[in-house]
Design a protein around this ligand. Structure first.
Ligand SMILES: *Cc1c(COP(=O)(O)O)cnc(C)c1O
Length: 429
């Protein structure tokens, strides 16, 4: 087999530089929470391919379902010749997402495509155009979703002009805005009314816990107050649960934590155990406002991805992976808090379930609305973790957040090993 070094050389001459990778080792095989690279080195996976392999890499039921489907048929296009698994995935989404009302779903290929379609549906159903998004938001890399994503480097730099009628409001960010949830919501709502006008808002679209923007957990009360205002304004509340969904935060969806019931919800990442699938799910009357033929795409709800999604959901139910995510927090949180007590650069430990983060700051120095971010130490810790065989990601507007996204099936031994490697990564070498 080619070595990582060989592959890296070939890559340089063939793969566009704009597509970069966290590590320079190439994957040989992966199973559960362990990856083995082509050089024979084992890694503990704290990334899940960005919160995708919640059921673990190459989960047995997913592999079996994909194998069976690929032998039956590979593709017909649901818009041409429909098949059962697409319908079954939509039935599962209706049952699992918050809200005790009739729902409909449409399936797509990627998170960005789901967000784009949620905006299309919201505009069509309300006859309005403005879409409210938030500081530190991440919603994808297509042109519309880039307008909705907050961070310039690396996502937006040089790629404009971006789509119009997107309005960015301040996010509840307890470490940095010094406001309670209700207060932060009142502040954001005041700005929406002043700058956009309540009657022009088609949708307020938000990640219940922000992903790429830094695992920012809004203060309690922020999401319910926004949802309440949105309803009064005759607009739609859309939860982007692409990263938080499918048991990641200890419930099927993060909105459930405060009893928020979105009108529409976008899902992707964890939905199909690694196969590309995404969905928009929501109130039947809103979803069905769009005329026949108004939604779709060649590959959306591909039969192999749908088979994988059904097996993924079954695995989550059987193994109770929401409980597994809560258990990961119970084990990891005290270790992370003890680490923070030892290292003053850890300004905050936060997150929920198996979506946990450390925000790194320069002790005693102030920065944007709070402690000064420390992206250098963050990068050094990630690098040390990678050198020791722990696959770890960073995130955050200021590049100063270390995030933990282990597969929910990780064993206690693997979790302990990963946390030990993370603790060691903080020791000066
Ligand atoms: C990853 C992500 C997206 C974009 O999903 P892609 O599948 O990469 O297009 C959108 N929203 C959130 C919250 C995400 O984490």
């Amino acid at each position: 087999m080619a070595t990582s070094a060989d592959l890296h050389r070939r890559r340089g001459a063939a793969v566009a530089r704009g597509v970069s990778s966290t590590i320079s080792s190439y994957v040989g095989t992966a199973s559960g929470a362990v990856m083995t690279d082509v050089d024979g080195r084992e890694w503990i996976d704290f990334s899940s391919g960005i919160a995708v392999t919640n059921v673990g890499n190459a989960a047995p039921k997913v592999v079996e379902a994909v194998r069976a489907q690929v032998e039956r048929f590979t593709h017909t296009c649901f818009m041409i010749a429909p098949y059962e698994s697409y319908v079954a995935v939509c039935e599962q989404l209706a049952a699992l997402t918050p809200g005790d009302f009739e729902k409909r779903s449409a399936l797509f290929n990627s998170g960005a495509e789901a967000v784009e379609n949620a905006v299309k549906i919201a505009r069509h159903a309300t006859g309005r155009q403005a879409v409210v998004v938030f500081d530190h938001a991440y919603h994808g890399r297509t042109n519309l979703t880039l307008a909705m994503t907050a961070k310039v480097m690396p996502y937006k730099q040089g790629f404009g002009p971006f789509a119009g009628e997107i309005y960015r409001m301040p996010m509840s960010y307890p470490l940095r805005d010094g406001r309670g949830g209700a207060d932060a919501a009142t502040y954001a709502i005041g700005l929406i009314e002043k700058h956009v006008g309540a009657g022009n808002v088609a949708a307020v679209l938000i990640e219940p816990i922000q992903g790429e923007g830094g695992f920012v957990v809004p203060a309690p009360g922020f999401l319910p107050a926004l949802a309440q205002w949105t309803k009064q304004a005759g607009a739609l509340f859309i939860a982007d649960e692409i990263q938080t969904g499918f048991c990641r935060t200890g419930a099927w969806f993060a909105s459930e934590d405060e009893g928020v019931v979105p009108d529409l919800i976008t899902t992707a990442k964890g939905i199909a155990g690694g196969l590309p699938l995404a969905a928009v799910t929501g109130r039947a009357e809103i979803m069905d406002a769009v005329h026949p033929g108004g939604l779709g795409g060649t590959y959306g709800g591909n039969p192999i991805a749908c088979a994988a999604a059904l097996a993924t959901i079954e695995t989550m139910r059987e193994l109770d992976l929401a409980a597994a995510a809560r258990r990961i927090a119970e084990i990891a949180m005290p270790r992370l808090q003890a680490l923070a007590a030892k290292h003053p650069q850890i300004g905050e430990v936060r997150g929920r379930g198996a979506m946990l983060a450390l925000e790194l700051v320069v002790p005693g120095e102030s920065g944007p609305n709070g402690p000064a971010p420390d992206p250098e130490t963050t990068a050094a810790v990630a690098k040390a973790a990678h050198e020791s065989g722990l696959l770890l990601l960073t995130c955050g507007t200021y590049g100063n957040v270390i995030r933990l996204l282990p597969p929910l099936v990780i064993s206690d031994t693997e979790l302990d090993r990963g946390l030990t490697l993370l603790e060691r990564a903080f020791e000066p070498s």
